[in-house]
Write a protein that binds this ligand. Structure first.
Ligand code: MN
Ligand code: MN
Length: 469
């Protein structure tokens, strides 16, 4: 059999130029949006430019929605749904794209700031599946939000502007790590050791009153700086969310610039491309109602109010159906079970450094397009949504008719490990849903990599799904 050609070889010069331009925008998004909140505001900005309006405002007006109208629904600033109404009814079927916008990271504990021998430090609690040693001795940034009692919400970012300081978690010198290096990797680095260095300058008392309490002066100085910069009082730790993420922008990767290295490709790479695919139809009245779901909390089980298991999705669909004059309980149930969905999440791209974890005949490769996963899960497919072949045949037809390249693969060798997405939760509505993902390397590491042509081909794949399913 002839060797299959990569997208680099099959794209026209125009497509290559479009892919490069698309990836420039993606890099800018990834450099600016490193938390779920920043992704929500980033996508809302783009959606409003295209005429999307907040559901809250439409409800207040008692608006009547019709084909072509565009709505976004913002759940607590951490989960977002974009809906563009089509010519068909909701229960005919709606086309849904979904990805997650939370990424593995290190959060500050509720009472984080302490002083130890002249160092102000933050205690942390990691979020999602991180390999702890990867986060040591790296430039890190602090992103977050302070919810003040007076109702203000203050955004914090330290470490991204080139003139900003960065933070970090120290590593042990190899000259003295004898005890550490003989331990298994899972026990050598503990969660309680991931303390972030925040500063070393003691506060200088300004009067006799302050002179009396000279304890923890370095810690006090940090609080003083936070007060001046963000109007932050120590009690505000109670109602804040601070995330420690890798500092710095997304970059081209490889001497040939064929890839992008970024923090949080998992799963903003699918979320951004999905949202952009939907926004590409903003000036068209489509046959189907288009929905993009950008969800939080996937990395910890899709739980809570802003995770996919929340009732947010069906409540928001019900509100929009109501404004479109289509809501009844039965119509709603039919809408959910007739829907068609691409649940999108990154996949485990074949990596020459770790070839042994793959069955090569069923592995996703870079530059061959997005990967359909009929099922994910672990062991005997445990925990997986298993897409029906009839549904896959519909997708195949759409992709072949529109010259969209895709792969069909597994995450890795049988019994080698596993993974899950939001697909099974949507499957609970009895809708047709399949996983489609972009292959990445170093998944869940501070800096992940992916191929530019896969990113662009995924965007094309989402667009075709929205238009032709
Ligand atoms: Mn993911
Ligand atoms: Mn993940």
């Amino acid at each position: 059999m002839a060797k299959k050609k990569t997208l680099w070889e099959t794209y026209s010069p125009e497509q290559l130029a479009e892919a490069q331009a698309f990836c420039e925008d993606y890099k800018a998004f990834m450099s600016n949006c490193k938390t779920e909140r920043e992704c929500v505001t980033g996508i809302i900005d783009l959606a409003e430019e295209k005429g999307y309006r907040n559901l809250k405002a439409l409800l207040a007006e008692g608006a009547e929605l019709k084909a072509g109208d565009k709505v976004y629904v913002n759940n607590r600033g951490k989960m977002l749904m974009l809906v563009q109404l089509g010519k068909g009814t909701f229960q005919d079927h709606i086309n849904i794209l979904g990805g997650h916008i939370d990424s593995p990271r290190i959060d500050l504990k509720p009472t984080p700031l302490y002083e130890d021998n002249g160092f102000a430090m933050f205690k942390t609690h990691y979020y999602g599946g991180i390999k702890k040693y990867q986060w040591l001795a790296l430039p890190l940034a602090l992103h977050g939000v302070i919810a003040k009692k007076d109702g203000r919400s203050i955004k914090v970012v330290i470490g991204e502007d080139p003139s900003d300081p960065v933070l970090g978690i120290t590593d042990l010198l190899p000259h003295f790590d004898k005890d550490m290096r003989t331990k298994p990797i899972g026990t050598a680095f503990t969660g309680e050791d991931l303390n972030v260095s925040a500063g070393t300058i003691p506060y200088i008392p300004e009067n006799e009153e302050e002179e009396k309490d000279a304890s923890e002066a370095v810690r006090k100085n940090i609080l003083n700086i936070l007060k001046q910069k963000f109007d932050f009082d120590e009690e505000d730790f109670l109602s804040s969310e601070f995330e420690i993420v890798p500092a710095g922008p997304a970059r081209d990767y490889g001497i040939d610039r064929s890839m992008i290295m970024a923090y949080g490709h998992d799963d903003r790479i699918c979320s951004y491309t999905s949202a952009m695919a939907q926004l590409a139809y903003a000036d068209t009245v489509t046959d189907r109602t288009l929905v993009s779901l950008l969800v939080d909390k996937e990395e910890i089980g899709s739980v809570g109010a802003t995770g996919m298991q929340s009732h947010f999705f069906e409540n928001a669909i019900a509100e929009i159906m109501n404004l479109a004059g289509e809501y009844t309980e039965l119509n709603m149930r039919r809408t959910l079970s007739n829907a068609k969905m691409l649940s999108s999440d990154v996949t485990n791209g074949f990596d020459p450094n770790y070839a042994s974890i793959h069955d090569r005949t069923n592995a996703p490769f870079f530059a061959f397009g997005p990967t359909l996963h009929k099922y994910t899960g672990g062991g005997g497919k445990g925990g997986s949504n298993d897409a029906c072949p009839e549904f896959i045949a519909e997708i195949r037809k759409v992709y072949d008719d529109n010259e969209i390249r895709f792969q069909l693969a597994e995450l890795g060798k049988v019994d080698g490990g596993g993974g899950g997405t939001i697909a099974y939760i949507m499957g609970n509505y009895n809708m047709d849903v399949i996983d489609l993902g972009i292959p990445v390397h170093s998944m869940h590491a501070p800096w992940e990599t992916a191929s530019k042509v896969d990113i662009y081909e995924a965007f094309r794949a989402y667009k075709a799904f929205l238009e032709f399913m």
